[in-house]
Design a protein around this ligand. Sequence first.
Ligand code: IVH
Length: 671
Amino acid sequence: MKEKPAARVARLREEIRRHEHLYYVLASPEISDLAFDQLMAELRALEEAHPELAAEDSPTRRVGGEPVSELPQARHVIPMLSLDNSYNEGELEEWHARVVRALGRAPAGLVAEAKIDGVSLSLTYRDGRLASAVTRGNGEVGDEVTANARTIRAVPLRLPDAVPEVTVRGEVYMPRAVFEELNRARRDEGEEPFANPRNSTAGTIRLLDSRECARRRLHFFAYQVPRIEGRELARHSDALDLLAAWGFAVNPRWRRCTELAEVHEFIAELGAGRAGLPFEIDGVVVKVDDVAEQGMLGATSKFPRWAVAYKYPPEGVQTRVCGISVQVGRTGALTPVADLEPILLAGSTISRATLHNADEVARLDVRVGDTVWIAKGGDVIPKVIAVDGSKRPGDSEPFAMPLACPECGTAVVREEGEVAVRCPNRACPAVLRQRLLHFVARVGMNIEGLGERSVDQLLREGLIGDAASLWQLDFDRLAALPRWGGLSTANLRSQLDAARSRPLWRLLVALGIRHVGERAARVLAARFGSLDALSAATEEQLCEVEGIGPTIAASVVAFFADPASRSLVDRLRAAGVDPHEEVAARAEAALPLKGLTFVLTGTLSEPREAVAARLEAAGAKVAGSVSKKTSYVVCGEEAGSKLAKATEFGVKVLDEGELRSLLADRGVTWD
Ligand code: IVH
């Protein structure tokens, strides 16, 4: 007999929860992603057909809801304290000695845990259901982010045990791979990248739009049960076991120790493997295990006396900051940059490192004269990660971001909800220069022979102004300039001629429309075919295009509504820069790779992001890791573990040549 809908819904929910736990908490899935998606689809269909069966804690309710205008504030029943820091064995021993003095004996046991570099979150469950999620805030009052927390798969929406009320605390974090993917996409769209995973976690968990939060794939580790009604937990380690039994993700990197020496060992072991972890940790938290002893030790107004953080030294090399300069980017954003005493780092000499934005400078409190640690980020751009306070000169002063643009003197602005401070002057010479550099760059119109030096020279000589003026260049005057002998001038002339027939997507990227990177540009080019058609599109029409969301749509419309960009486009057109492409008859035809998932590994003939953008524009998904659901693994030179995974899962492996023929078969051109 066929199962009744109510029974089937209940069974599906239970099954899905079990698979979520296997996948997100235990990282050992039993079924393929496809099979999982099918269970979800069945549940969603049943819930739609039988609205009376809807439930708040159904796994279908993790997708996020309508955006809100602000986050409500909520008071913590138990304040969220911070931790006192220690930086070496000696300081840890001093903490231990204070504990022993206060208790009159050694504590019965200690627990050492990895200190995850994320954002702490306090979850309250009532009658076994997730009731609220609140950020730390000032420790007393935080932001209520329940809708966002519900999208984190490692946060159970219900507990197997209907305790009347329990508070669970832990760390929300962004795995390194997710962070790097997010920053790649942001850079591609002309957005400021986040400084580090903690920064992007803080920004993401406080998003007003929980659907965007769902897309960012945050993770969560539970590490504390400060309050549980109707039950006694004698030890902190019991709480960790209970959390794991309830289905929370508990970081397995913790150890119960009886002696401080074992804690030192744990710190050394974890420190050695730190760089290889899929998420960032910044130290080890050491806690007194026995809850009664914790009570005897109590807390100061800021920290519990029963716990302490041991902070690892930052990963990187040390050098001195000789100065801090401020660069103005293509969007007018001001980026502080540290000028460094040159130092060798991972094979290259570094003399500058980004400080990202005013918030990051303030957080690090970097000053001229400071000795700092620098490291290469995942994206290989060197960054300042910490200041060595012990080497700070006595007379140093905090750095303040300028209130006026360092290039044109216009007062800077900071838009609501943005980290970047911007120069609003569209005629700012620095902005014009950066826009021009972006226009001719490899990702844009790819005009060889126009590097930074040449562009600066041509600007200085007044030979060019904006992008369109490149095609009005006075070649006689150019040929008379130093370094522009006959051959270089002729080369540039033929480059500019050839650029007239660059594909439309390149021109769209080159124009620097906000949020339009290579992926969106390819989609728009395939759908609209010309600047004319694109400029006539309404926001609604743009939103209808698969892969184009409201942010991109609004930005495209704003771009073409702006008289300055319209004039630029008109002058480009007059110069013969107006590519037309055949428009795909149906939206589907523009996505010949729809339904396929690719994983790229090893060195390819182009940067992996560029290859990924081509695939995505044709409708494919590009994932960071291999699963059973992966359609193809594309292998370049020196491919590593992903290739092994592909073999393990029986996923088809292509080399670049095979990828190109697969694309050709499906009518996807390489340029
Ligand atoms: S216990 C009373 N355990 O570190 C203090 N905190 O620097 C309770 N953190 O605000 C915190 N991993 O955001 C604890 N395993 C862990 C942790 C951890 C990361 C964070 C947490 C806290 C900060 C203090």
